[in-house]
Design a protein around this ligand. Structure first.
Ligand code: HEM
Ligand SMILES: *[C@@H]1O[C@H](CO)[C@@H](O)[C@H](O)[C@H]1NC(C)=O
Length: 351
């Protein structure tokens, strides 16, 4: 459940004395929620490869969902790694996502939301009904499928065109590019984690089923149920909606287009969690109704408050949560390749 930085161990000697030892404890990977669910081919055929094992470990909370390790481009490309092309893509995405002042820009926020809107259009109940498609399949980038015209994707049209161009230029899969760009955008924001990033997904052959993305006006119970049907429990959802730390709205309060959801939308910080529950909200911000109701839902409020003062905790939990999101509808997890090493280094400093 809640984790504390200090692990207090009380050793009691039956004869003479009590000794209290305390020492720093590493950030636990599992905060003690409900058992984590497996996904895709990990459920049907189990672990078949080292990547399959890695993703399974992350999904189960046994291994971290982030990694600071930057791999050298020259050696990766000399070894003809499938990751080689992603260094070039990373260079292009940095140009797209990084603002002059070192923060992340509107393209970056749109790319983070794009990753969610592609991957999030998948559910367990659809799968059980034989509709195991949608998810992280790049369908949102396929113009002929028309997802760019769905109401919930309003505001994403511009980034969709930009990502189509990057995919064409570098001849990579759409599904992979969407998820890669979302993770690249997060680490382009100062304080953002390097979320573990995998490539090798299959691209969509049909549009995602409709009605699977959340409404900003929904009740917390309905939002929680919607995400549970994607294997995303309330704790995981608490971490994911923190992406609104770097978001702006353009289609809710149309009188104030571009108003942000926290006071530092170019920085991947935890002020969002505090500002959402402030008793006197900052009038310059536009707090989403969905974030307000989720923050006060008993299944999420404890974790919500825990993140307010703990960037490391949020980054760790967001990373694991996003790896899960990026695997929804992916049924060849064992065949993926990890290319986290190609992402830019994380940055702790910002203006
Ligand atoms: C309860 C779940 C969620 C709801 C109801 C929700 C709703 C919204 C809404 C209404 C907007 C404003 C769109 C506009 O007016 O242009 C928005 C923006 C955004 N959302 Fe969410 N969201 C949810 C979860 C997430 C998740 C899980 C992520 C990512 C992991 C995410 C990332 C973003 C980002 C980055 C933006 C800013 C987009 C931009 O500035 O162009 N959201 N969201
Ligand atoms: C959270 O916001 C309140 C004002 O609403 C402020 O007094 C408090 O210091 C903030 N806490 C943190 C950890 O930023």
């Amino acid at each position: 459940m809640l984790f504390s930085r200090i692990w207090v161990l009380v050793l009691t000697s039956p004869l003479f004395f009590n000794v209290v030892l305390s020492f720093p404890r590493p950030i636990p990977l599992n905060d003690g929620d409900a058992p984590k669910e497996l996904l895709g081919d990990l459920l049907t055929v189990g672990v078949r490869t080292t990547t399959g094992q890695t993703v399974q470990n992350i999904l189960l909370g046994l291994e971290s969902g982030q990694s600071a390790v930057v791999v050298d481009q020259t050696s990766a490309c000399a070894a003809q790694s499938v990751c080689c092309v992603w260094y070039s893509i990373a260079t292009d995405l940095t140009k797209l996502f990084l603002a002059r002042d070192g923060t992340c820009n509107d393209n970056a926020r749109a790319a983070i939301r794009l990753g969610f809107h592609d991957a999030g259009a998948w559910s367990k109940s659809n799968k059980a009904a034989g509709l195991d498609f949608g998810g992280a399949d790049g369908s949102i980038l396929i113009a002929a499928f028309g997802e760019q015209n769905r109401a919930e994707n309003n505001g994403l049209q511009d980034i969709i065109i930009k990502m189509q161009k990057v995919a064409t230029k570098w001849k990579v899969g759409l599904a992979d590019l969407v998820q890669y760009a979302a993770n690249h955008a997060v680490v382009t924001c100062p304080l953002g984690p390097r979320v573990r990033t995998f490539v090798g997904r299959k691209d969509a052959t049909q549009p995602a089923p409709p009605g699977l993305l959340p409404s900003v006006h929904a009740l917390s119970s309905d939002l929680i149920a919607l995400f549970q049907d994607k294997s995303i429990d309330p704790h995981t959802l608490t971490a994911l909606v923190g992406a609104h730390s770097c978001s702006k709205q353009f289609n809710q309060d149309t009188a104030h287009p571009g108003s942000a959801q926290d006071s530092t939308p170019g920085v991947w910080d935890v002020t969002f969690y505090n500002e959402t529950i402030a008793t006197k909200p900052n009038k310059k911000l536009f707090i989403f109704d969905s974030d307000k109701v989720l923050a006060s839902d008993a299944r999420m409020s404890t974790e919500w408050r825990a993140f307010i003062s703990d960037q490391a905790h949020w980054n760790e939990d967001y990373s694991a949560a996003y790896v899960r999101l990026s695997m929804l509808g992916v049924n060849n997890i064992n065949d993926l390749t990890e290319c986290t090493g190609t992402l830019p280094a994380a940055r702790q400093k910002f203006p």
